[in-house]
Ligand binder design. Structure first.
Ligand SMILES: O=C(O)c1cc(=O)[nH]c(=O)n1[C@@H]1O[C@H](COP(=O)(O)O)[C@@H](O)[C@H]1O
Length: 273
């Protein structure tokens, strides 16, 4: 999927919501645990109940790998379900990969060719030759960690190197990578005040913004500093949506939470025009 199609979907659904499918079997409704594949059944119900309110879904791979081969199968069924039933949604493998070139190529094959995700999150620490293997998949997107939502972001990302913060160096240098037009960037919702400077460097790029909901980030603040002509934002919420209820009504409860965010986004899009 290209960004033009993503923008069309945003205006059609009046939403730039990404729902994080971070499935923890300790948190899903107990009645699902009797089923063969509780993770997939949970995801399927959440997706069916929210697909008209969200433009993207982001399974965090850790939550699947934690359950071994069974978890990996649940992930495969989830991405196949999305691609078959809702091909218009943008899919993000939140895997935070990145390694020497030939290894990155194998990671890219795993998530782009085998699992058929539209995009993957990648850690920039190993530099150009660790990121370009992902970018060489021309119809896919690589989402580079720029300024993350957690407290540890201040350990390295905001430290200055030759007078400039590391996260700004990451963004600026990555613009020279081969196929850089297929880059998106992660900026945490908890760091909204940094967004105007970030927009100064990458006015047109899409940003994946996690951290609203459970981590306390504020949607209005993020939009105030981060929205651009093409919207340019995918706002992720995981726990705040998918664990709205641990009873049989969990999918409807998730849809209600997604609707709350979608309504706020609709208002922001109206105001923007
Ligand atoms: O790359 C990410 O998605 C990510 C980057 C970041 O800076 N902070 C962050 O929370 N995330 C992910 O976004 C999701 C946030 O989940 P909630 O806090 O439950 O909404 C998790 O899957 C995190 O791993």
């Amino acid at each position: 999927m290209n960004t033009k199609e993503l923008v069309e979907q945003i205006y059609k659904k009046k939403s730039f919501l990404c729902i994080g499918l971070d499935v923890d079997l300790n948190k899903v409704p107990k009645h699902l645990l009797k089923l063969d594949d509780p993770i997939f059944e949970f995801n399927k119900a959440i997706i069916d109940a929210t697909q008209h309110l969200a433009v993207a879904y982001k399974p965090n791979i850790a939550f699947y790998e934690a359950y071994g081969i069974k978890g990996w199968k649940s992930l495969e069924k989830t991405i196949t379900y999305l691609n078959t039933n809702y091909p218009e949604v943008f899919t993000i493998a939140d895997a935070k990969r990145g390694d020497i070139g030939n290894t990155s190529t194998m990671y890219a094959k795993a998530f782009f060719e085998d699992l058929q995700f539209d995009s993957i999150t990648v850690a920039p620490y190993m530099g150009k030759d660790s990121v370009e293997p992902f970018l060489s998949f021309e119809d896919k997107h690589t989402i580079l960690l720029a300024l993350t939502s957690n407290q540890g972001a201040f350990d390295f990302q905001t430290k200055k190197i030759e007078g400039k913060e590391l996260y700004k160096n990451v963004i600026e240098i990555s613009k020279s990578y081969h196929n850089a037009q297929n880059l998106m960037y992660v900026v945490g919702a908890t760091k909204a005040e940094y967004l105007s400077e970030i927009r100064g460097i990458i006015p047109d790029s899409f940003l994946l913004v996690p951290g609203v909901g459970a981590q306390g980030g504020n949607l209005q603040e993020v939009c105030k500093y981060g929205i651009n002509d093409q919207v340019g934002l995918l706002i992720n919420s995981s726990r705040g949506i998918i664990y709205a209820s641990d009873a049989e009504d969990y999918a409807q409860a998730a849809a209600n939470k997604a609707l709350e965010l979608q309504k706020q986004m609709e208002e922001i899009l109206l105001f923007k025009k």
